[in-house]
Design a protein around this ligand. Sequence first.
Ligand SMILES: [Zn+2]
Length: 229
Amino acid sequence: MDTLPRLTRARASDSVADMLRASILGSTFRPGQRLDVKSLADQLGVSPTPVKDAINRLAAEGLIDIRPRSGTFVTDITPKMVEEIFEVRRGLECLAAELTMAHMTPALLRMFTALTRQLEAPVTNETERAEHERANVALHMLFVESSGNQRLVEMYRSLNAHLTIARIHSRQRPDATRMEAELHEHSALLEAIQAGDTPRLVQVLGDHIRRAGKDLVEDVTLAQSADRN
Ligand SMILES: [Zn+2]
């Protein structure tokens, strides 16, 4: 009868991981906040084991930081981390774009066109903003997933947990100047793809990611000084 307890434990740790992930991404827990296994287990009415399992899993996803002899914390995002992540992201994504252009198909071109059109829609409320953000992520993911390089896809995904936390905790009001810049940059990407101009695409994509990184670094810096006050 030792399969039953194992199954239960796996399920409990799944639910705890889902709950913790939602709490981190939904801002219930702040970046840098200490997480106590025993009090989490008490609150959730489970034993410490599934909580520890869940924490290990979220640590592997980059959402939780386990510091030996110090404790368990929600991953904290510094402006420097965002800067570094965007540098790596720029390298990976420009390489992905180059690889994708080497085997562009009419179907793929239609997908790039559809997502770019979607990103041209005006953003006037929270729902549209979330929709816009999803399309933006999908557009960038399309370069990466069409690259045909699984190693690249995995590396790129591993950068994303941190960026998600950074975006959530630094959420600014929609900025008209930034939206305008973004719109132009996304259209320029599509034009380069349509023209089959790989060097131009890599140039425009690199500039776009550099600009977006700079903006997020600025937001995270502002959010940190707001937290301190
Ligand atoms: Zn973009």
